[in-house]
Ligand binder design. Structure first.
Ligand SMILES: [Zn+2]
Length: 181
């Protein structure tokens, strides 16, 4: 009986810390939002401490590879002084794309925790699963999906809604001007 209650206490701990670190990833995602970037944020945790944090900076850096996960992996490798991220967990607000999932597997963190699933393009089980099923890459990450999903989804939705509204307003303005001319 004792074992059972210990296990559930551990599970509860895990659940609470996954939420805690996802909050930090969300904070990074909000920085992306403020910079008019698609709001995705990531943090990498080892032994209960954050060793890297990053937000999507594709527009800022004019670099299509500057996804939050890629930037956080580089920063974590610098922090650790090794490309191997054994014992690390990567938290990211949206399911990693194939590029990021490929990079993640090469860096070998133990776990990947994400918020918003991406059925169309996700590479952690949404579209494909490169983290758990990748024979040539010889590493497997445990996946936890849907942590703080509502918050992560809401942030992305409000970003894309705003972008759509802005586009529509621009179109309406052009239309109005051409009617006036
Ligand atoms: Zn990516």
């Amino acid at each position: 009986m004792n074992d059972v209650s210990d296990d559930s206490a551990d599970l509860m701990m895990d659940f609470e810390s996954d939420n805690y670190f996802m909050q930090m990833a969300l904070r990074e995602a909000r920085k992306a939002y403020d910079a008019k970037e698609v709001p995705v944020g990531a943090v990498i945790v080892r032994d209960g401490s954050v060793i890297a944090r990053a937000w999507n900076q594709v527009e800022t850096l004019k670099d299509a590879t500057a996804h939050a996960e890629m930037l956080s992996l580089t920063s974590a490798q610098n922090a650790v002084g090794d490309w191997r991220l054994d014992g690390c967990t990567l938290y990211v607000t949206k399911e990693p794309c194939p590029m990021c999932a490929g990079a993640i597997v090469h860096c070998r963190p133990d776990r990947v925790v994400f918020g918003c699933p991406d059925e169309k393009g996700g590479a952690a089980g949404g579209w494909i699963n490169l983290l758990e099923s990748n024979p040539p890459l010889n590493h497997r990450c445990d996946i936890v999906a849907g942590v703080m999903q509502e918050e992560c989804v809401a942030l992305l939705q409000s970003f894309f809604r705003e972008a759509r509204d802005k586009k529509k307003a621009e179109r309406d303005l052009i239309k109005k001007r051409s009617e006036e001319a």
